[in-house]
Write a protein of this length. Sequence first.
Lengths: 115, 114
Amino acid sequence: NAGVTQTPKFQVLKTGQSMTLQCAQDMNHEYMSWYRQDPGMGLRLIHYSVGAGITDQGEVPNGYNVSRSTTEDFPLRLLSAAPSQTSVYFCASSYSAGGNTDTQYFGPGTRLTVL
Amino acid sequence: AQSVTQLGSHVSVSEGALVLLRCNYSSSVPPYLFWYVQYPNQGLQLLLKYTSAATLVKGINGFEAEFKKSETSFHLTKPSAHMSDAAEYFCAVRGWNQGGKLIFGQGTELSVKP
């Protein structure tokens, strides 16, 4: 299994540009999430999905869109990039709603800079 | 609402010394608690997790953590630090049936001096 994969690894955007961060998992996990990591703030949840066709907002959803048409893929769209969206973005997946044995697995991250 | 506080953004220890990273949580429901480690320029790797089966949890690389409900704490320890332990450590919490919704602390960067 490749686990959770993210592309691209690095991206530089200009203010106002749009782009999509890709995330895929091959573990047949129902739950997928997007987090952003900023210095001194840990990771904060942007959006998450509990299955294909179902998404919901996390702690910091403004400026981001998601959709989930398949179990495997969960892309994150930046509609109009702003310097405040400069961050490292992590995608994660887990098998189910979170029983005793459930664990989130993280991708390697995408480092985004908005100029 | 749930929250996590990690005390100390930077901790420095000597090689061979005890590692203690502090984590306190707030949760209105029985929590599931996690420690993740992040090496430079990498993603997060699970060290250990508490899921109510046992209060003392052993993880990978010699780390362990003890869940103390009375103190709302889940501190991470390792008896003897190794240079390879230098990394950033994150404590996280979620409630039951809250898959995909981890709440993270601010992180603690661990430095290990030779």
